[in-house]
Structure formats: structure tokens, C-alpha cells
Design a protein around this ligand. Structure first.
Ligand SMILES: [Zn+2]
Length: 184
């Protein structure tokens, strides 16, 4: 299993990580860069099939939580690319579409649920509900080919779910830790 961080390694937000195993790929988050200015047309990261859905090796996009710096480029993702997100997060974005350009009406292919693993080709994805100021936020354990990658998403440990930090089980494998906001 290999991971390529397209955005978010040297900046806060704008996250996009492409994970590859067995000739297949999944993308974790397609965030809007926080450095983008109003009216700027931000391109999708260069991930094969992400914009047009024409590459069958791309199995889907998993959105960790409903903050624009993690989902904001989703409208540019090809309509045939499967999207996975928390059910409440999806509803929040759908309802917000009436009020805000940051809302999104897009039917997910599946919902993230705490500790309910699901398979995407060679990948087993296990969401862990975490403590973050965004509602319905998850960390993601990705397993494939005997290797593990833990993508924290944004986390904190002092909020109302602070007693329930993401715990993926045995502390083995690699991890990608995202920002830990200091706000409420
Ligand atoms: Zn966030």
C-alpha cells in the first residue's frame, strides 16, 4: 500500500491523499485549500479519473468530515466517482446547499459509521468517530495487502467527544495526522 499526499502536507487544510494498493486507488478528502482567495478557481489534484470518473482503478473518495478544507472540491469530482461520507455530514451539506455555495447535493454511495468496516476493492476502510468541531467527523483506518494506514482527519481531544478519541486498535502501521485545531 502506498500513499501520495497531494495537498495538506505543508499547509493546514486542503487535504487530499491518494492511497494505492493492488492496482486500485482510493482518495481521502478533496479539500478546498485555506490559502485560496475568494473567486479563485482551484483545480482538483492530479489524480487519474478523479475529474471524469473514467479510470476504473479509482474506487472512490472518502470524506472525513464536513469542513470545506476537506470536501470543498467535491463538486469537481466526476459524478460517477463513488463518494463515502457520514450520513449526518451528508445531510448537513445537502441542507446547506439551499443557503450557501458551500453546500453540496450529491448522493453518496455509502455512509461512514463508527467502527463499521467496509470494503472497497482491496481496501478495508474502518471509520472511527472522532472529536472535532465538525459534526459527524471520522478518522479512517485503511488496510490493504497486510499494511495499515491511519488517517486521523482533523481531531481534538478537549471537546464533547474528547473522552472518545479515535482508537484504531493495535498501534501498528503508518499514520497521517491532520491538523489539530485549537478552536472550540
Ligand atoms: Zn475540520
Amino acid at each position: 500500500m502506498r500513499a501520495r499526499i497531494h495537498r495538506g502536507a505543508a499547509e493546514v487544510g486542503g487535504n487530499c491523499v491518494e492511497v494505492k494498493a493492488g492496482g486500485k486507488r482510493v482518495v481521502l478528502d478533496v479539500g478546498w485549500p485555506l490559502t485560496a482567495v475568494d473567486g479563485e478557481d482551484v483545480a482538483l489534484p492530479r489524480v487519474a479519473g478523479l475529474a471524469d470518473g473514467h479510470d476504473p482503478s479509482l474506487l472512490g473518495v472518502v470524506i472525513s468530515h464536513p469542513h470545506a478544507d476537506h470536501y470543498g472540491l467535491l463538486p469537481k469530482v466526476g459524478a460517477s466517482v463513488p463518494v463515502y461520507i457520514g450520513e449526518s455530514a451528508s445531510r448537513i451539506l445537502s441542507e446547506a446547499a439551499f443557503f450557501s455555495p458551500l453546500g453540496i447535493s450529491r448522493q453518496p454511495s455509502g455512509y461512514l459509521r463508527h467502527r463499521q468496516a467496509f470494503d472497497l476493492g482491496p481496501f478495508r476502510v474502518t471509520p472511527f468517530l472522532n472529536d472535532h468541531c465538525a459534526f459527524d467527523a471520522y478518522s479512517l483506518l485503511i488496510e490493504a495487502g497486510g499494511r495499515r494506514l491511519f488517517y486521523t482527519g482533523d481531531i481534538r481531544a478537549h471537546g464533547r467527544k474528547g473522552a472518545r478519541p479515535a482508537r484504531p486498535g493495535p498501534p501498528s502501521g503508518r499514520s497521517i495526522r491532520c491538523d489539530r485545531p485549537r478552536g472550540p
